[in-house]
Design a protein around this ligand. Structure first.
Ligand SMILES: Cc1cc2nc3c(=O)[nH]c(=O)nc-3n(C[C@H](O)[C@H](O)[C@H](O)COP(=O)(O)O)c2cc1C
Length: 325
């Protein structure tokens, strides 16, 4: 059963997609939407949307081991976009997904602009609800952050993908760049409908006994609670630009509970991504939904949308919206 927007305080419209919850399960942490469905008590219905694993034109085997490494308060990963290739995802995986449970969003990657376009086109001609362009993957040698760290290149990728799809287009921004606001501005001009902020932060781990990097790819992407303060700042910065154009953000990076999710929403995120937290607790989404619901009731808010971007900066007068306002 789909909840009614009027009665479900967690529901929202994200770039024309109806989410029953602000929670989005993040790319790379839920396989192709089936990863946790065998866990007792887990339901895709607890998420407003699910972003599928990063997909490229040709199949990729990914990076050599080790690919993941646990750090204090997080993890490093360098999977290297292992995936079966876009046509197999569209032909063989999408038909197995239950689109009545949640929205499914593809995550598109490539080594060239042509590859981004090719993959976007394949998903455009599929039942997928939306398309996220990953211009911020730190774990592949070509493409990825090579596009996302430069506003010109980011805009070129977005513009090219925009031309071949009318589906909601979300651009995933990198924290590993000098001026995320300029990048956001250029992506909006190029036609993005929404943003995902942030991808992982580049890092490495060293094995002192062997005097070697732990990760096969030498460097990896840091995720989990360690990156939450960085992610909050980037969401706040992108929101300052995006709110003027009505462009919504999926805030992400280290969210593990309802309190974290609320902080991102207040900083400017319309929806919140859960990734690494699922590895610790696959059932965390239900608890986060309940926690947000409880906060809204306690603060007299009828909808989570009333909370988006309500951060009060020093010197500003309090804007405390209630259901009456
Ligand atoms: C194991 C792993 C694989 C990931 N794969 C992808 C990917 O294929 N595409 C992508 O855009 N982001 C990928 N990410 C990044 C996440 O989607 C997310 O942006 C990041 O981990 C921050 O959120 P978190 O701290 O809640 O995990 C991956 C993250 C992890 C931990």
């Amino acid at each position: 059963m789909t909840a009614n927007t009027d009665t479900n305080p967690l529901a929202l419209d994200f770039c024309g997609m109806r989410f029953d919850s602000p929670i989005v399960l993040l790319s790379g942490c839920v396989g192709f939407g089936e990863e946790y469905t065998r866990v007792a008590g887990f339901s895709n219905r607890d998420a407003g949307a699910i972003v599928l694993k990063g997909t490229t034109g040709a199949a990729r085997l990914g990076n050599p081991p080790h690919r993941v490494y646990e750090t204090p308060l997080g993890m490093l990963n360098a999977i290297g976009l292992q995936n079966p290739g876009a046509s197999r995802v569209v032909r063989e995986i999408l038909p197995t997904l239950d689109f009545s449970e949640t929205r499914f969003i593809a995550n598109v990657s490539g080594s060239t602009i042509e590859e981004y376009v090719q993959v976007t086109q394949l998903f455009d001609d599929s039942p997928i609800d939306g398309i996220e362009i990953n211009i911020s993957c730190p774990n592949v040698k070509e493409g990825g952050v090579a596009f996302g760290n430069y506003p010109d290149m980011s805009a070129k990728v977005v513009e090219a993908c925009r031309r071949v799809t009318s589906k909601p287009l979300i651009t995933k921004l990198s924290p590993n760049q000098t001026d995320i606001q300029e990048n956001a501005r250029r992506c909006i001009e190029a036609g993005t409908d929404g943003f995902a902020v942030i991808n992982t932060v580049m890092g490495m781990a060293v094995d002192a006994e062997r005097r070697e990097p732990v990760i096969g790819n030498v460097q990896g992407g840091l995720s989990g609670p360690a990156i939450k303060p960085i992610a909050l700042l980037k969401v706040h910065q992108v929101h300052q630009v995006a709110k003027r154009h009505g462009v919504p953000i999926i805030g992400q990076g280290g969210i593990i509970n309802a309190r974290d999710a609320l902080e991102f929403i207040i900083a400017g995120a319309s929806a919140v991504g859960i990734g690494t937290a699922l590895f610790y607790d696959p059932l965390v989404c239900r608890k986060i939904n309940e926690g947000i619901r409880e906060y809204l009731a306690r603060h007299g808010l009828a909808s989570v949308q009333q909370l988006v971007g309500t951060l009060r900066l020093p010197g500003e007068t309090p804007v405390v919206r209630t259901s009456a306002s």
